[in-house]
Write a protein of this length. Structure first.
Length: 580
């Protein structure tokens, strides 16, 4: 569309012409949903999808679709509030809900952008050096790959600043990247299906929700656990703990707190209004939900078929028990923990290295098999496992490599873009020009990721997602309160059945995500210090203070207004008396 007014007229005509015409118009104008796809299809989603498949096979295929569904519901609410008011939600929350919520939302977003950029550069570097160009390794290679990723991100963000044409180019680039990610992983599953590797009769039941793995090991481990005798409880705790952590990480990486911050400002920057509310919701359901579900499900299916319940998959040479090099550290960590459980930490530390090594060698085979099944794999392991099946190293490694690099780069671009918006909002500056670019480039510090967090680069995404999960209820609570606020929405606040539906779905999302986040935060420790509990209590106190200060400020304004009115009345009385 040439301008926003023509776009609004186009939408009004389409909505008056029937469902098919309306959907065609929505598809033509879609954009923000693709940008949300570009960020959520990143390292956290890939890492969590891969480990979900490793741990539980197909049993947890339902988890990520449910998480993104809850996220889409909340993003629809955010879109409704933003497009109904045409105002910055940060200002609305600060002035009408709670200033602590507003500032917590903004600060947490900036922190998340910078922190989450670190593993994306690590992820992209790992994909290039392991999947695409295995011989291209070392510090110089990392510097080269990171420099190229950062340069490409800067160019794309700079292009987005060049008016409406730049925004269209920006949208197109991100749509292509998301499409590349989905096609890459979908292509692998299609090829596996054609070769008869996948049993869809076993796969499809995995989309039915089942919470049992929060409390008990997946069924595939039973035959191995019975062989570990008195140490079965040790392995059960390990398995259930890993299942719970990866389930939380998978849910957290679906919709992060920075996505909730990004959605309003990408809509405002496009000058969308009330006429675009249907388009915005359609865009989220199609351009965010569908690509995410397809891509993550394909990774879970591929990983589950190759790794779940298969201890031999951890070895490059199973007969001679030679582990894949990148799995050795994780394997030894698990087996060492098992030995320490048996003889005690002090006794183990007192042994000479050769004696410790002998204990590891003499460990029962069942314990070694469980350790081999639980050790975390990366995209290189998955691509390598598919070489024989797909008939070509080039196909397996390049398809996965390209998909992973696309994930990393698209997420870097959007994280930097979000940071530009967040910094401008905090500073009270227009979301363009030098302030926006400065904020965007600050997140580019993530280029140091491969050098700061060099250990297990692929898995940096999982703990980062858990951090984000503890922050997401901030945004959810803020917008739940905002969509019910008459002062903010006025006549645009949902009423009647619509309000009941909004609140039912929003409370469901807030309840599930909030409860899980509270559980994670409450149980976080820093050494022996229950750091998570202190943080939650402190934040609760700040919320109360914020609410009290907001009420006082509003009361002060009312008193000032009343005093001015009384003063005016007094002046008018004095003027009338002087005339008489």
């Amino acid at each position: 569309m040439a301008n926003i007014e023509q776009q609004k007229q186009f939408l009004q005509k389409a909505e008056a012409s029937g469902l098919l015409t309306r959907l065609g118009a929505y598809a033509r104008l879609s954009g923000p949903g693709w940008l949300q796809s570009a960020i959520t299809l990143g390292g956290g989603s890939l890492a969590s999808s891969l480990f979900l498949g490793v741990l539980a096979g197909y049993s947890l295929l339902w988890l990520q679709p449910l998480a993104i569904l809850l996220g889409v519901i909340m993003l629809c609410a955010i879109s409704h509030v933003t497009l109904s008011t045409g105002q910055s939600p940060f200002v609305s929350i600060k002035n009408e809900i709670n200033p602590v919520l507003a500032w917590g939302w903004a600060i947490a977003t900036i922190m998340a952008n910078i922190v989450w950029c670190l593993p994306q550069f690590s992820l992209g570097t790992a994909a290039v050096t392991q999947n695409l160009f295995p011989g291209f390794d070392g510090t110089l290679a990392k510097v080269g790959v990171c420099s190229v990723l950062l340069l490409l991100a800067i160019i794309v963000i700079w292009v987005s600043e060049k008016g409406s044409r730049g925004a269209k180019t920006f949208d197109l680039i991100l749509k292509v990247m998301v499409g590349l990610i989905v096609v890459s992983f979908f292509g692998v599953v299609v090829k596996m299906t054609l070769t008869g590797e996948l049993n869809w009769g076993e796969i499809l039941p995995g989309f039915a929700p089942d919470l049992s793995m929060l409390f008990q090991p997946a069924q595939v481990y039973e035959q191995f656990l019975t062989q570990t005798g008195e140490f079965s409880s040790f392995w059960e705790n390990k398995i259930v703990g890993a299942q719970r952590d990866v389930m939380i990480a998978a849910a957290a990486s679906a919709v992060g707190i920075n996505m909730t911050f990004f959605m309003p400002f990408v809509l405002l920057r496009r000058k969308w209004g009330r006429e675009h509310r249907g388009l915005a919701k359609f865009d989220l359901w199609t351009a965010l939900l569908i690509p995410y579900v397809v891509a993550t499900s394909c990774v879970v299916i591929a990983a589950g078929s190759q790794f779940n319940g298969k201890p031999e998959s951890a070895y490059s040479d199973f007969e001679n028990k030679i582990l894949h090099p990148n799995l050795e550290k994780g394997f030894h960590s698990l087996t060492t923990a098992r030995i320490i459980t048996e003889i005690g930490a002090s006794e183990y530390d007192a042994l000479a290295p050769i004696q410790q090594e002998q204990l590891l060698t003499d460990l029962p085979e069942a314990d070694k098999q469980l350790a081999a099944m639980l050790v975390k794999r990366d995209s290189f392991n998955l691509a390598a496992s598919l070489e024989g099946l797909l008939g070509s190293r080039v196909y397996s490694h390049w398809v996965f490599g390209i998909g992973v690099v696309g994930m990393a780069l698209s997420t870097i671009i959007i994280l930097m873009t979000i940071n530009g918006h967040a910094v401008c909002e905090v500073l009270g500056k227009p979301h363009q020009g030098p302030p926006f670019l400065m904020g965007a480039f600050v997140a580019g510090i993530g280029v140091l990721g491969p050098f700061v967090w060099s250990d297990a680069a692929f898995w940096l995404a999982v703990p980062t997602s858990i951090i984000g999960f503890t922050l997401i209820p901030l945004a959810y609570l803020s917008f739940f309160l905002l969509i019910n606020n008459k002062r903010v929405l006025g006549r645009e606040r949902p009423e009647g059945k619509a309000r009941w539906l909004w609140n039912a779905f929003l409370l469901l999302a807030l309840g599930i995500m909030g409860s899980a986040a509270f559980y994670v935060a409450w149980n976080k420790t820093w050494g022996d210090i229950p750091f998570g509990r202190y943080a939650l209590i402190a934040f609760g106190i700040l919320l109360v203070i914020g609410d009290y200060s907001l009420k006082n400020r509003k009361l002060s304004k009312k008193v000032e207004g009343l005093e001015m009115r009384l003063k005016r009345i007094s002046q008018q009385s004095e003027s009338a008396e002087s005339k008489t």
